[in-house]
Write a new protein. Structure first.
Length: 147
């Protein structure tokens, strides 16, 4: 019998030893330069996402900047911040399915450049609907959808 996968809420609350601030080195330094990078805990990303009020939007880069400032680092890790936003979105949907009425409004968090995130629950169409319900204008630009 296969092992039971952890619930999204469990993944969200599993810090795995993060946050951690490390020196930028190796391949990462070619793209990001010198300094330090904060690898956040999943719950930290969720906390920022949960505070975005109706009518406002945030990008992953905004979250990375807030995390870097909080931890006195040069940058926030682009990879883990994106993954943890995805976990936050699925944890919110999981809570909603369990009857919660107050969930993290993950649909207000966009990818860099204002693009919708196809990896969120329900894909682009669901995020588009949720944003439009809040009065945001969503447009198609090439193959991508942005707000």
């Amino acid at each position: 019998m296969p092992a039971k996968r952890p619930a999204w809420q469990e993944k969200l609350n599993d810090s795995k030893g993060y946050p951690k601030v490390e020196e930028i080195k190796g391949k990462m330094s070619k793209k990001w330069g010198t300094g330090t990078v904060v690898i956040p805990a999943p719950i930290e990303v969720n906390e920022i996402m949960s505070k975005i009020p109706k009518g406002k939007l945030v990008t992953i880069n905004d979250i990375r900047a807030a995390l870097a400032k909080k931890h006195n680092a040069t940058i926030g890790c682009p990879l883990t911040t994106g993954i943890f936003a995805w976990i936050s979105a699925y944890a919110a949907e999981e809570q909603k399915q369990q009857g919660a009425t107050e969930i993290t409004p993950y649909w207000r968090t966009l990818k860099t450049g204002g693009f919708l995130n196809e990896k969120y629950p329900g894909g682009l169409e669901t995020q588009k609907q949720l944003l439009e319900q809040e009065g945001h204008v969503v447009i198609k630009k090439g193959q991508e959808i942005l707000c």
